[in-house]
Write a protein that binds this ligand. Structure first.
Ligand SMILES: CC(C)(COP(=O)(O)OP(=O)(O)OC[C@H]1O[C@@H](n2cnc3c(N)ncnc32)[C@H](O)[C@@H]1OP(=O)(O)O)[C@@H](O)C(=O)NCCC(=O)NCCS
Length: 172
């Protein structure tokens, strides 16, 4: 039997409880440590607050999207227009039990298209923790290249961590 189709659509207020839970499972705690993209210590606490998600709905400079399979929310992506021609892609996440099936790739492609269509972006940037070599390889396979920009991870971890910025030129 064919598997149900993936739908990627804008997030609405009524989605936010389920969406926040999926993001939390992807980034934090025991479920996240089962992910292929997990490497090293996982931060604790909330990855994103409900208030922060609410503020993104309808924000003129942001597009928060979700992925849905058979009515269940299974992933997220966020595009933020950060400078003329430049969008940052954040919160690309897939529920760990749905990872490795191409959903992350589809969410990333969708975010890149939104950056072009909604904000006329010529390029996208993504911040990745320096020690996440599998994730960096994943973005490099999708055309992202390292820039000179970096910043320290803003929350305490046992080992200091650095965010590196990766950039991809987008086609209109
Ligand atoms: C990053 C993330 C969104 C990817 O989602 P996904 O649905 O697993 O992604 P896809 O199925 O599209 O792709 C899986 C990729 O992982 C690769 N992969 C699978 N298992 C792997 C492993 N053990 N080691 C290395 N790579 C592996 C696959 O080869 C595939 O890459 P390819 O398509 O280039 O061959 C997901 O892992 C996630 O939510 N991670 C936690 C949140 C996070 O870190 N987000 C990124 C923020 S910068």
């Amino acid at each position: 039997m064919a598997s149900p189709p993936l739908i990627i659509r804008p997030a609405e207020l009524s989605d936010l409880d389920a969406l926040q839970a999926v993001i939390q499972r992807a980034y934090r705690g025991r479920s996240a440590s089962a992910s292929w993209s997990h490497e090293g210590e996982l931060p604790e606490g909330e990855r994103v607050s409900r208030g922060d998600l609410e503020a993104l709905i309808g924000a003129p400079d942001a597009r928060l999207s979700l992925a849905e399979v058979a009515g269940h929310i299974v992933g997220s992506s966020l595009v933020v227009a950060v400078a003329p021609g430049q969008c940052e892609i954040r919160l690309v996440s897939v529920d760990p039990s749905f990872q490795g099936e191409g959903l992350g790739g589809q969410l990333l492609s969708h975010a890149e298209r939104s950056a072009v269509e909604a904000f006329a972006a010529s390029h996208a940037v993504i911040e990745v923790l320096q020690h996440k070599s599998r994730l960096i390889a994943y973005y490099e396979r999708r055309g992202y290249r390292r820039t000179a920009d970096s910043r320290p991870y803003p929350h305490p971890l046992r080992v200091p961590a650095t965010f590196l910025t990766y950039r991809k030129e987008l086609r209109p």
